[in-house]
Design a protein around this ligand. Sequence first.
Ligand SMILES: C[S@@+](CC[C@H](N)C(=O)[O-])C[C@H]1O[C@@H](n2cnc3c(N)ncnc32)[C@H](O)[C@@H]1O
Length: 480
Amino acid sequence: MNLALIDSIRLEANTKLDPNNKSLFGQFMTPAKVAMFMAKMLSEGSVTEEPNLLDCGAGVGTLTSAAVHCIKNIQSIEQWEIDPIMKPYLESNTRALGLPFLTHYSDFIEDAVNNIKNNTGTRFTHAILNPPYKKINSNSSYRKLLRSVGIETVNLYTAFIALTILLMKDGGRIVAIVPRSFCNGTYYRPFRKLMLEHCSINKLHLFDSRVSTFQDDDVLQENIIISLVKGRSISEVVISTSNSDDLENIELNTFKTSEIIIEHDPESFIRFPSEAKFIQNSKLFKHSLLDLGIKVSTGPVVDFREKSSLIKDLKDTTLPIIPMPYPHHFVNGIIEYPKQHKKYPNAILKTEKLSKSFWPSGYYVLIKRFSSKEEKRRVVAYLVTPTSFESSLLAFENGWNVLHFEKHGLQKSIATGLTCFLNSMEVDNYFRVFSGHTQVNATDLRNMLFPSKDLLEAMGEKYSPEMNQQQIDSIVESFK
Ligand SMILES: C[S@@+](CC[C@H](N)C(=O)[O-])C[C@H]1O[C@@H](n2cnc3c(N)ncnc32)[C@H](O)[C@@H]1O
């Protein structure tokens, strides 16, 4: 394949595109070098049947040309392309391949849904795609059409892949270049489930640089290449990484599928352990809580079991009470106590029954177990100090994970450093690689790695609870 020629056709067609349609149809065409890389990926592994190729959203046909160049013995090609401006380029590029081909200048979603529903049309052994990227509104006709074949998704690119999956023969292979948002976004969960129900991931390619895959189109979207095999259970996934300017300098790592998709993960997140490895090489992620001599427990007081002992308004009782902090008592990291809340109390009665659940006041780090949707970070930590609640004992509710030392407070500098570290975006990114769920469990924190005591203390010296995200991140980054 003449890469320079096909790239010049792509760039020429690019100048002809209607700027409005460019966004409407998600027209960011694949550079020939990336297309060849994808086609090589698609050509690896055997398919017993006579190969036939699908390219949906074919553009000027770069991916089709690359696939025909790399896959031996392709018998026929089928393409879909909605934009008539592409037609002359697509037709001449495809004709030049000298194989039987059928191009539908129509809507792939409509046609594919019909073919799936009515069991008509072709089923494929190979598919290569760079699908359009565009949000699908919840009431749109696309959404309804897709739903009619069991596809629930929010973007054209995942709709294209899901339909492609349903149009593949058993053992068929798909290679697609797509934004990586589907790997962990909650909205993409039904798509991930469908994909993993029908296919195994056998390869993933990550681009180191965010910028250059579609540099001719100024696209900043972070893309990955995914390779799927339909109806086969594959125990290993090869993850390759490159700087997108240089697709020849590639690092390959093989992982167990169970490291990429964790069993029983209700979200079916797709994780990149190679990134976790990179994170782990950082000084910030070296020691477990156990190494640091710190314990983590869920708060021992379960409020709904103690309803009759909960005190909302401190004026309501003369009996001895113990302060019970909740997230609303922390405003931008600073404690406001007591504070009325329609749902949560300020304190709990000091009863004999609960005496073992009250801990002496001191420096503790409280981490929310359940973060709200509005929260930018998954891990949200607050610092409690001996003066926060003017009480010698504290009651920690079960919605908290509490960092402590044998049910007593921590050293001040360590507690302050931990609060700073845990509230950083570095930790949030790290956490997302490891944890599939939105909750933060004590086990997650036990499995997580932290900086050394010295680093935590040094962070603690610079940190104060009223700091904003940028300030916290710049402290943590300065210790990287
Ligand atoms: C991201 S571009 C990729 C083009 C080409 N596959 C490539 O890699 O260079 C997506 C293509 O899908 C086409 N497209 C968008 N919506 C479509 C639809 N509903 N049916 C068929 N083609 C569509 C666009 O016109 C565009 O050419």
